[in-house]
Structures are given as structure tokens and as C-alpha cells.
Design a protein around this ligand. Sequence first.
Ligand code: F6P
Length: 483
Amino acid sequence: MTPACGERPKLLVVANRLPVSAKRTGENSWFLEMSPGGLVSGVTAQFDTKWVGWPGVDVYDEVGKNALSKALAEMKCIPVFLEEVFDQYYNGYCNGILWPILHHMGLPQDDHHDTNKTSQTQYDAYKKANRLFLDVIIDNYEEGDIVWCHDYHLMFLPQYLKEYNSKIKVGWFLHSPFPSSEVYKTLPSRSELLRSVLTADLLGFHTYDFARHFVSTCTRILGVEGTHEGIVDQGRVTRVAVFPIGIDPDRFIRTCKLPEVIQQMNELKERFSGKKVILGVDRLDMIKGIPQKYLGFEKFLEENPNWRHKVVLVQIAVPTRNGVPEYQKVKTQVHGLVGRINGRFGSVSSLPIHHLDCSVNFNYLCALYAIADVMLVTSLRDGMNLVSYEFVACQEAEKGVLVLSEFAGAGQSLGAGALLSKNRLIILGFFGTLTEPMHRRTKEMDLKLNPEVKGTLEALCNDPKTTVVVLSRTGRNILDQIF
Ligand code: F6P
């Protein structure tokens, strides 16, 4: 049925993972918790929204599946059960093959991907998983609904949806970067995936660069035409546009005012009294540049003995995608570096790196953001990196410095397209916080990397209204300019 006049249109948001965490508490009972986020709060207000996705757990029995579906329905969520294909689809094709290519790392060259057989099995599982999503959508679709597909997990879904019913309005949004055509070309199934996403009506990217890479990749690989609107193929237009994701800053600001959180902040300040706190919050993913962050910090301590025991790096390294060999490797590498650096520069009473292999609860995360002197985001590539925004939102009372890799999408939105050349730092000042996201003013200064930079940075850091954003390649050699 088409929505009646005045009714909100129905939106089916389809993503690999539902915005819910599910824990089984009995044979037919589940404990569910909604994970609020930018997308969740953004779309729920405008549309009658339903979510379609994998519930984050394997369930093999029908009793469990039925009970979970029923509980999820109350939260407007519809599960797609992927058990039969999950390993090959998620660990294999999505995160072993597509993820590194989309993040400019190319096709992995290890034993897991060097046989056609392995990648064919993964590719087949990927297609099968996209079909399982389609089946669930067909069961829930009503005429007039808009279907919004998300991310690299679902690149075949637009085509499958249009084959089922060419009238369905389909959008597809990519949360990761899209690389240059030279990198994307290394993917064996490059054309099929592009052709499928082009069947959607609207394609969205976080940044202009990602959208531009996508358009030029389509023109080079498929020979279609790129225009200011998007892609034109035999008269059919697929619109391509930029929609940078944001956060709900008020949620962070409100949390920082809770008595419990203020108490946590006081405890943390006490714990690290007399020291500057550098904070890192990342999933333990190779794209986040955690080894590079540690190497940069090690170099800083090596070259600045006077800073040893006066600065601490707290790194929350959230476990992720443990079934993918590359992730296991980076974890081992990071643990080795922490041991070496703490061994070299630590003492019985003080360790330079506090590395935690876990996530922390939301209130504690806000307390950490609020008390940190420096937030170090060293992504080698990153779709957006909302941690950068979250830190700025929590820096209400303090005046910390965000050191942000220019290779994160946020480097473009925060930097309004600023460039970093070899001897030039572009420093951006936010007046207030991201509560006024569209009302920011930018201070740009042409600064040489010399002692004057230090003075200017200090002056900016001492301006209580300013949170300083420093765009940097990896954070290396930047810390001594900040302190
Ligand atoms: O940035 C891409 C993305 O898939 C996000 O959508 C997601 O929040 C994040 O990576 C974590 O991914 P996963 O669902 O694999 O844990």
C-alpha cells in the first residue's frame, strides 16, 4: 500500500548488522539492547523506519530464531539469519577481500587468498548472503517503501531488488572509503559489483573524494559516462552524492554532565595527575594505524627524555573481526610493541602505554574523552571516523587537541578540504563545540614546523573557546609540537 497523505513513508534500512545487541537468556528468551548512533537517531525522526540485518549472533535452532524474531519485532528490527554462509561471507569476502581493497590496501597476498577456489567460495557465499537479505526484504516490503542498503556487505542487493521489482526505490550508502580505480581494479569481481550498485537510484558517500573515485572507476572499468549528477548509462541516470555522517553531540554533552560521569572524570584526573593524557579509541583494525601510533609515541619518548613519566597514552583497542587472519596479525604486532615500549620507558610505578583490548561503556568513554589532553587518530584510511567528533563534543570544559589523520574522512569534513603540505600545518579552531555543527569558523594559519608553531599552538590551546584540530599524516613528530 502507498502511504496515505500525511503519513511518514516507510523506510527499510538494510545493513549487515542490526543496531541491536542480542544475548540469549533462555531457550526462548533474549535480552536486547538498542545501540544508538548517528544513523539511528537521524532517520527514525523522519521516517517510519524498520531495520533489516544480521542480529550479531549465530542461532541454529528454530525455537531460538522465532523467539529472537519476535523480540526484535518490538524494536522494529527484522533479522537475517546468515549462519550457513557467515564465515565465508563476512570473514572471507567482506572483510578479507573487499575491506582491504576499499581501504587502498589492495588484494591480500597471503595463503588465504591465493587460490581461485578459496575466493570463488567466498564470492559465492557473498552472493548467497545478499540473496538471504533479499528474501527477508521481499517478506516485509510494501508498495511505496524505500529500501536503503548500507555498505560493502550488500553490493549485490540493489540489483537483486530491482530484478525483483524495478519500481522499488533503492539507495545504497558506502560507509568506507572508495579507492582509486588503480586499486579497485585488483578485485576480480570488479565489474559485477559496480554494475549492481549502479542499478540503485541514489548512491551516497561520506566525502567528495570517495564519490569522485567511484565515478571515475565506473567510467574506466565500465565505459559509462560520469556527469555532475552521477553516472549515465544508456540514458539511465544513477545519482551519486555526498552525505557525510555525523553524531548526536547533545547525547555526549548531556552524558558529560551526569554526576556519575563527573565522578569518573575526577577519578581519572587523580589517577593521571601530573601527566598529559593522550587518548586513542579504535577498533583493533589494520586501517586504524595503531602500530604506527605506537611507533610515533616511541619516537617521541626516545627523542624527548624530559617527557618520559609525564605523558601517558591510553588506547582502547576494541576487539573486532577475530576470524580474519589479518586482524589476528595486527593484534600480535600491537601487543609486541606495547611490551617493547613499556619495557623501554616504563618504571614500576608508571607505564607509558595503557593498552586495553576491550570496549568501555558509554559513560566511561565520555569521561575519557572529556579528560584527555590529546586525541590521537592515526587512521591509514578511514571512512569517516566518528571518534574525532565524539572527542570534540565531550571537550566542553577542557581544551584538548585532536590530532587527526588526513586519511580519515573526518579530515575532510573537519578540515573543509584543507590540505597539508610538507612544511605547512593547517590548524582549525572550533568555537564552541559541535553543538553548532554548521556554524563553525575556521582559523587557518600558514605555519612552518619551527619553534613558533609551538608558541602558536600553546596560545590556541589556552584559548578556552577553542578545540584545536591538527591534521597530520600519522601523528608522528607532531606531539612535540603540541606540548
Ligand atoms: O565502517 C564500516 C563498518 O562496517 C561500520 O558500518 C561498522 O560499524 C564497523 O565497520 C564495524 O564493523 P563490523 O560490523 O564488522 O564489526
